[in-house]
Ligand binder design. Structure first.
Ligand code: ADP
Ligand code: MG
Length: 140
């Protein structure tokens, strides 16, 4: 089943200058970028994106961090893209992420963990529409 998932290359990874390395890993895994842009989220935009986490103790810090510098947002398409990209990212905490995963390689901390990926088809639909109007995906 061909799926679409939302990926974000987070501020720590952009600062480290590993955008190219991360996108290469997506492509080598068969996750095809079909939309991409660099944006600087406002605090409010970061809060809207992570609204499901608003009761969590790390919400304030997480949304400040996500607004701390530019991010690269992509839609990735491929067979079972959602779970395959979660596997490629590795566990939320880079210290617990499997060797060879993007978070193990590039993550700095449980918060600054290099990349985001949608966790379900419903989340992917919300997250893709948060950043990309349908018109920007229709040519792909
Ligand atoms: P994931 O990104 O793996 O789906 P979550 O959805 O649980 O993880 O959390 C969203 C983001 O919040 C994480 O990617 C990470 O940046 C941050 N985060 C999660 N747990 C913590 C924590 N205990 N302390 C600080 N930041 C956290
Ligand atoms: Mg999540």
């Amino acid at each position: 089943m061909v799926e679409r998932t939302l990926a974000i290359i987070k501020p720590d990874a952009v600062r480290k200058q590993v955008i190219g390395d991360i996108i290469q890993r997506y492509e080598q895994a068969g996750l095809r970028p079909i939309a991409m842009k660099m944006v600087r989220l406002s605090k409010r935009e970061a809060e809207g994106f992570y609204a499901v986490h608003r009761e969590r103790p790390f919400f304030e810090s997480l949304t400040s961090y996500m607004a701390s510098g530019p991010v690269v947002v992509l839609v990735l398409e491929g067979e079972h893209a959602i779970t395959r990209y979660r596997d490629l990212m590795g566990a939320t905490d880079p210290a617990k992420a499997a060797p060879g995963t993007i978070r193990a390689i590039h993550g700095a901390s449980i918060e600054a963990n290099a990349v985001h990926g949608s966790d379900s088809p419903e989340t992917a639909a919300f997250e893709i529409s948060y950043f990309f109007p349908g018109i920007e995906l229709s040519a792909c």
